[in-house]
Design a protein around this ligand. Structure first.
Ligand code: BES
Ligand code: ZN
Length: 625
């Protein structure tokens, strides 16, 4: 069980929240420290409040390093003798406490966690100024040469701080339960634009100097920076998109409905509290689908399908503006509170905008993903509990379909039992009362009990909460979405497998999701002849939809359908999203000739992938432990 060493101090802070063009003053009750035991930070932010960060850095695109200073405003609440911060492969040059130089030390690195930085402080110390530079192994940073970008003209840098990579570019107290405000001054080469998880520029600065402010306290995993040849296009008065010039028109088209999406989200769970909502479409090597950096979602270009069919990823990242960024998981063991809630919320937004039968398809695909993971882990595996146990492990080992899908299905179960109206009232209240706070699984369950279940013992028994949160596998009361549209897909698949020619299959109005369901549930290996028949009619090898293409290539490897191999090679050269790379390389590794092909392709394109993706693929393809 986690122990809450929560400070009773509630500070009233004045906060200027920008709402589009209007600036409103709002008062937020900020709990300065809520610090349950977090195994993934070596900092002592439970004793020393980390109130504010002033970052002053220079981004050197040639040397591929960030250097400068981080000044922390602190309150040594428990009068400790030293401040401990997280660092990962950082070089610390000098440290000044309230203007006086101090001697500090760095511990030797701990696996995954990096080196704890010890800084002597006194009872009343106020500011800690750290001069530092990043290292070659900075896990948050992806430095791109021009040829690795979309336009291939200028270098690019972006960060990915979740889960515990912020410490590789800023010395900080790197736990999701520790929040601070920040201001930053960032110098980049002239001609490039810099953006952060903050108030952002919309135009190039002639000097290459940019200033940022984030006046709402956020945890370190939401610190973000992107630098490159970037332009902006507005969508409506508070939403817009950034991308490289050659990508901006497509990105703007794809995201046409995002303004409406923000309004839909607000109708469900209350005001959007972060001012603007912008997105940046990153170069192809971005290792994940999207990242909910406050005010500026980072996303992969693989969702730019040309037909707006993959924008539910944006609904997901937007939903994190409530679940995650507003109410944050206290530790990575509570990750389902971020992602399960967000998955649920994302699908509520999608249902509102696209209708129930559409949202049901997304629920069903998620259900299938969840069942795949249960099969992989085994039905009794500890890793299938909602409450994770990641002590001594890389927190990213917890990023599976369990927190996302088991978490969202658990919430769906509650909704089905109490009714939508009560569920939404409960969630609105939950977001309001926990705004800008962190929450543990235990605190959430208690809140659920006292605010929704109350004295309904029959409901309590029916939900079987313990089995969901502290037990393996999928409880028998797991809900399953309506199969209205997928039932039709199933019958077309049956027809095909019984030799109906593809020209006669009824696929006319299918969306991406119907295609995914159709292909995913084919027998393990189709014959090369069956693959060819499908390909001739539906041009799957040439699909420009990344989700469909990826799945098709996995099937091609399985069926030894060589006709798709050169398109697959091209796909692997230009896509960096781990969700696509890992299963495809893993499929190739299953046979000796496939393994040779995987090794050959990986050798060519490894450098195109993000360091985090490389680490995963080194295990799969190069069998590195
Ligand atoms: N916050 C996550 C991404 C993340 C999680 C990065 C853990 C590092 C560690 C983000 O919101 C997310 O879930 N992205 C998904 C999108 C999807 C579920 C729609 C992704 O990238 O695939
Ligand atoms: Zn998410």
């Amino acid at each position: 069980m986690l122990k809450l060493t929560c400070s009773a101090l509630l500070a009233l802070i004045l906060l200027a929240a920008c709402n589009g063009n209007k600036t409103t003053k709002v008062v937020i009750k900020q709990p300065q420290v809520i610090a349950p035991k977090d195994d993934h930070t070596q900092s002592n932010a439970d004793s020393v409040e980390m109130q504010h960060l002033d970052l002053n850095i220079k981004v050197d695109m040639d040397a591929k390093l960030i250097s400068g200073s981080a000044t922390w405003t602190i309150n040594n609440r428990e009068k400790v003798k030293a401040l401990k911060l997280d660092t990962y492969d950082l070089t610390i040059d000098s440290i000044f406490v309230d203007g006086s130089k101090v001697s500090f030390w760095l511990d030797s690195p701990v696996k995954y966690l990096g080196s704890a930085l010890h800084i002597p402080i006194s009872d009343n110390s106020k500011t800690v100024l750290i001069w530092y530079k990043t290292g070659k192994d900075a896990s948050a940073l992806q430095w791109l040469d021009p040829q690795q970008t979309h336009d291939k003209k200028h270098p690019f840098l972006y960060t990915q701080s979740e889960s515990i990579h912020a410490r590789s570019w800023i010395p900080c107290a790197d736990g999701p339960g520790i929040r601070f405000t920040y201001a930053a001054q960032v110098q980049v080469p002239k001609g490039l634009m810099a953006l952060m998880s903050a108030e952002n520029p919309q135009q190039l600065s002639d000097s290459g100097q940019y200033r940022f402010r984030m006046d709402i306290p956020i945890p370190a995993y939401l610190m973000a920076l992107a630098v490159g040849d970037i332009v902006f296009r507005s969508i409506d008065e508070r939403t817009g998109v950034y991308a490289e010039p050659g990508m901006i028109a497509k990105a703007r088209y794809e995201f046409e409905d995002v303004g409406k999406m923000v309004k839909t989200a607000e109708e469900l769970y209350g005001p959007y509290r972060w001012g603007r909502y912008d997105m940046i479409v990153l170069p192809p090597g971005f290792p994940i689908g999207g990242m909910e950096n406050p005010r500026l979602t980072f996303c992969t270009p693989t969702i730019i399908a040309g037909d707006r069919s993959l924008v539910n990823l944006i609904a997901h990242e937007l939903a994190h503006s409530w679940s995650g960024n507003l109410v944050t998981n206290a530790t990575w063991n509570d990750f389902w509170l971020n992602e399960g809630f967000t998955n649920y919320f994302e699908r509520r937004i999608t249902e509102q905008m696209m209708g129930k039968s559409y949202a049901d398809m997304i629920w069903e695909l998620g259900y299938q993903d969840m069942m795949d993971d249960i099969k992989t882990f085994g039905p009794t595996s500890r890793d299938t509990w909602l409450k994770a146990d990641l002590k001594g492990r890389d927190p990213e080992e917890g990023v599976t379909n369990i927190p996302y899908e088991k978490g969202s299905h658990f919430l769906k179960l509650i909704e089905l039992n109490v009714g939508r109206e009560k569920m939404d009232q409960f969630l609105n209240k939950y977001f309001n009362e926990h705004a800008f706070k962190t929450i543990t699984t235990e605190a959430f369950l208690q809140y659920l009990d006292s605010n929704l279940i109350k004295d309904d013992t029959a409901l309590r028994t029916k939900l079987n909460i313990n089995a969901w949160v502290y037990g393996p596998g999928i409880p028998a009361n797991c809900p399953r979405a309506g199969q209205e549209r997928f039932a039709k897909v199933d019958s077309q698949r049956d027809n095909f497998l019984q030799d109906t020619p593809p020209t006669e299959l009824l696929t006319k109005d299918w969306t991406t999701h119907e295609w995914l369901h159709f292909l995913r549930n084919m027998p393990p290996a189709l014959s090369a002849r069956q693959m060819k028949l499908l390909d001739e009619e539906f041009s799957l090898t040439k699909s420009t939809n990344s989700e469909i293409a990826d799945l098709w290539f996995v099937m091609a490897v399985r069926a030894k359908y060589e006709h798709a191999y050169s398109a697959m090679d091209q796909f692997l050269s230009s896509v960096g999203r781990q969700k696509f790379l890992d299963p495809l390389y893993a499929e190739m590794m299953k046979t000796p000739e496939g393994a040779k092909m995987a090794a050959r392709i990986y050798e060519k394109y490894r450098k195109n992938y993000h360091p985090l993706a490389q680490a995963g693929l080194d295990k799969i393809v190069l069998k590195k432990s």
